[in-house]
Ligand binder design. Sequence first.
Ligand SMILES: C[S@@+](CC[C@H](N)C(=O)[O-])C[C@H]1O[C@@H](n2cnc3c(N)ncnc32)[C@H](O)[C@@H]1O
Length: 265
Amino acid sequence: MPDTPRSHGRKTIRPTLTPRSLMDGGEELAGVWQARVVTLFPDAFPGVLGQSLTGRALQEGKWQLHTHDLRDFGIGRHRNVDDTPAGGGAGMVLRADVVGPALQAAQSNARGRWPVLYMSPRGRRFDQSMAGDLARCDGVTVLCGRFEGVDERVLEHFDVTEVSLGDFVMTGGELAAQAMLDATVRLLPGVLGNAESTVDESHSNGLLEHPQYTKPASWEGRDIPPVLLSGNHAEIEKWRRNQSESLTKVRRPDLWAKKRNNPGK
Ligand SMILES: C[S@@+](CC[C@H](N)C(=O)[O-])C[C@H]1O[C@@H](n2cnc3c(N)ncnc32)[C@H](O)[C@@H]1O
């Protein structure tokens, strides 16, 4: 089969381009935002990041993704990466002398502002402002934990920032890393088709987004609010703002209180 793009309606498909080949192997593109992920499960990447907008942006070189396999840095014949916790207790801990060299490799050639993050339920809760801040960096190195986590010394040594997806515990950091990268990559210049799309959405202005509707005008006895079909843009804008504010007040009083204290945001 020829390796030339073929048009399938609205999509262009390269028959040999699998999600993984969107990642490693390619050269580093100068000045392009990069994510370097240190993980025991490199095959989990790009995962969902290889689809839709983030996948297309990866394919178009608007960002780059590299994985660093922790197993490559494992100790001995069996390439062990973990050991029992000092002081006893359940489970295993990723060794500093495995994670350290892996982070060192990931950080080689890191340029400009390039934080090292560890996905961790102990970390600062990830939010939209963090996504915006990461998108303004030159790149990011993300460590995905497994088992009981990572030897603390390596976190101190690399001045790692711990980032949590929320107050729950997953088995590993890979899904958390993908969620964080997805929210970040869509804020990179040129990734979203319409630059306006991030302006009004939930959390961009401290409010939750207003309800959205599309065709048909009536469904199961429920109609689209008439103002949205009126063509009166000022009224539509007012309705959306009111909806946004009421939803935020009811669902997220914490956000509403913050907005009231900082209305300019
Ligand atoms: C089973 S968890 C370890 C939990 C750790 N023993 C603790 O109590 O904080 C294994 C890995 O999953 C990832 N992880 C779990 N929950 C997470 C969350 N809410 N946010 C980000 N990463 C998480 C982290 O990378 C963590 O090292």
